[in-house]
Write a protein that binds this ligand. Structure first.
Ligand code: AMP
Length: 357
């Protein structure tokens, strides 16, 4: 991991009146650039041979400049160009996933997040330790496949966007689908409705939903993911029928739709998010900025959290001009805009270094 001292040195060389917000051209970059422009920042798209022409179609979200790299090595070796532009990187899911969490930890440019969180998030056992020790309910884990006696979800480690996940109802079912060459984990299949809760924690804001340790927690929006092909599988009758025809359910994220939860669930949602933040400071120095709790709510109105994403999620993209929740705090503001606002305010109040690793 880049030593914090090195990041502070880089920031010492920056002109804080001329900051550029940069991110990888993918995932939620339209929203990040749009939000950064709204707060008066310059914007820079980083890309590795992506087609970036689609930005021309969205002038208000098109970065001021784009740098095309040959590969991630090229990107890592050309950091001086970014220092000259006073660049702050906004991480998103695809950035960390494509670069790899380990490399991302070592990327020598100031990043808006605590990089120590990456290890806790990318290792499923550590993630579970963090969240369960914060009092958050997670799906039960099966350590022995022969004990499967109810529907379970089998997840390959490092699987991207639900790719390759499968449901098994018993051991024979599991054996039929498992690829033993890859590490996997088995967890209870949580039946209910999925909600992806988008929070934002500001360690410096001192009003609103205040936390014990200080700072303020905001809920900015909620989405539900569209997943292919599981979402439409029911049209073929039972999953078992479909399997007989060689059609297997998959969970590949293809898009997102806006959602709200019943108001009586909000206290529970805030308590979970608050506990995750408080515990993050005890375990690894904190999680700040945007994060998402990926949940299922059952018919007893209980949440189970099957994943935490500790940065902006693509599920915030439907809310570029606000959301039913953000509009009650900052009308018309997206998560991308909220990130830029936090950076702008931290520059003004002399806290920028506290938010960068
Ligand atoms: P993940 O990679 O953990 O975000 O999971 C991808 C998708 O698989 C989620 O969006 C859910 O639709 C589904 N999923 C993951 N874990 C579970 C679970 N324990 N029970 C039911 N569905 C799940």
């Amino acid at each position: 991991m880049v030593p914090k001292k090195r990041i502070d040195e880089i920031l010492d060389g920056y002109d804080l009146n001329d900051i550029t917000i940069a991110t990888l051209c993918s995932h939620s970059s339209l929203q990040i650039f749009h939000g950064a422009r709204k707060m008066g920042f310059k914007t820079l798209g980083l890309t590795i041979k992506h087609d970036t022409r689609y930005y021309d179609a969205f002038p208000l979200a098109k970065p001021d400049e784009i740098i095309k790299y040959d590969d991630f090595e090229d990107m890592e070796s050309r950091v001086d160009e970014l220092y000259e532009k006073n660049v702050i990187i906004i991480p998103h899911g695809s950035f960390v996933e494509y670069m790899g969490p380990k490399r991302f930890e070592d990327y020598e440019v100031p990043v808006y997040c605590n990089r120590s969180v990456l290890q806790w998030e990318s290792d499923r056992d550590m993630e579970r330790q963090w969240l369960t020790s914060a009092g958050i309910n997670m799906p039960r884990v099966f350590t022995d496949a022969r004990e499967i006696n109810e529907p379970v979800m089998v997840k390959y480690h490092g699987a991207k966007g639900g790719m390759g996940y499968f449901i098994a109802k018993d051991y024979p079912d599991f054996k039929m689908s498992i690829d033993n060459s890859m590490p996997y984990s088995i967890q209870e299949y949580c039946l209910g409705t999925r909600y992806y809760l988008h929070f934002f924690y500001s360690p410096f804001k001192d009003d609103g939903y205040k936390l014990k340790r200080g700072g303020s927690l905001e809920m900015l929006s909620i989405d539900r993911r569209d997943e292919s092909n599981i979402d439409e599988m029911y049209k073929l009758g039972s999953i078992e029928d479909a399997k007989r025809h060689g059609l297997y359910p998959s969970f590949v994220v293809t898009g997102n739709t806006p959602a709200v939860i019943r108001e009586s669930l909000l206290p529970k949602a805030f308590t979970m998010a608050e506990n995750a933040v408080e515990r993050s400071y005890e375990l690894f120095g904190g999680m700040w900025g945007p994060f998402c709790l990926e949940t299922v709510v059952n018919d007893k109105l209980e949440f189970k959290v099957f994943e935490i994403s500790t940065r902006i999620v693509a599920g915030t993209n439907p809310f570029i001009s606000g959301s039913p929740y953000a509009d009650l705090i900052y009308p018309g503001l997206s998560t991308g805009g909220r990130i830029a606002m936090e950076i702008r305010d931290s520059i003004k109040n002399g806290h920028l270094k506290d938010l960068m690793t």
